[in-house]
Write a protein that binds this ligand. Structure first.
Ligand SMILES: O=C1O[C@H](COP(=O)(O)O)[C@@H](O)[C@H](O)[C@H]1O
Length: 239
């Protein structure tokens, strides 16, 4: 039976270091138990803070980065290296400083990649990559939007109900308009889903999702073993 845990810490800086410590521990443990770790990264402001905090943690030295696979929950469908790509931000915040195995960094395709600007084909390509690896996601991190979106699954948006594991998202209410996202089915396959949110702008959606408003994608993102809400006091204010 999956459990839900809500952790509240004072502010966004403490949140970033608390999530970083938790992530490093989870990776070390996954490597001890099954020899590898599969982590799904998210985009957004708090995610970048978390990754910068991972870089500063002494315990990070205990991770064998050649046995870590990194995946993404969603991507803004932009050209490679675009500063707004979640991949670019993660690379700058942490990944470029790590001895990662390049083949184990599973970025979602860019809009100037093998499928050009065909987001549906790029999403299918990422789905094929997942199907070839069949990863067990140890930790899948998600930011939470002001509107309650997670990954690029927006409330009431038709692409949020897509089948399969990966979907193209067109006409996103948040720029850029074209995105790629894991589906709920892929998100819910993770052992642990961590929803990370900081700041007063997130309080309404966090509160509603925690009260079970299933119209909000954030309320439907759960892990098979555990769902962990990691919040600062401002984001937790209306729960
Ligand atoms: O565009 C996105 O936004 C959400 C939330 O970002 P935040 O800056 O408000 O924390 C993020 O979770 C998602 O990955 C990203 O593509």
């Amino acid at each position: 039976m999956s459990e839900t845990v809500v952790v509240v810490v004072p502010d966004a800086d403490v949140l970033a270091s608390a999530v970083a410590a938790r992530l490093v521990t989870a990776i070390i443990e996954a490597q001890a138990v099954r020899g590898r770790a599969d982590v799904v990264l998210t985009g957004g402001r708090v995610a970048a803070k978390v990754l910068r905090a991972v870089k500063d943690l002494p315990a990070t030295a205990a991770i064998d980065w050649s046995r870590v696979d990194l995946w993404w929950g969603d991507e803004r469908f932009l050209a490679a290296g675009d500063p707004d790509r979640n991949e670019t931000q993660a690379r700058e915040a942490l990944l470029d400083a790590l001895p990662l195995h390049a083949a184990r960094v599973h970025a979602m395709p860019p809009s100037d990649g093998p499928d050009g600007d065909d987001a549906a084909a790029a999403a299918a390509r990422y789905g094929d990559e997942l199907a070839a690896s069949l990863p067990t996601f140890d930790v899948l991190m998600l930011g939470v939007g002001e509107d309650g979106h997670v990954a690029s699954l927006f409330p009431g948006h038709p692409d949020a109900t897509a089948d399969g594991t990966v979907t193209a998202v067109h006409d996103s209410p948040k720029p850029p308009p074209t995105r790629i996202s894991l589906t709920f089915s892929a998100i819910r396959s993770a052992a642990e889903v961590w929803l990370v949110a900081a700041g007063p702008d997130k309080a309404d959606s966090v509160g509603a999702a925690l009260r079970g408003d299933t119209g909000l994608p954030a309320a439907r993102a759960t892990g098979t073993r555990k769902t962990v809400w990691l919040l600062d006091t401002a984001a937790a204010a209306k729960r």
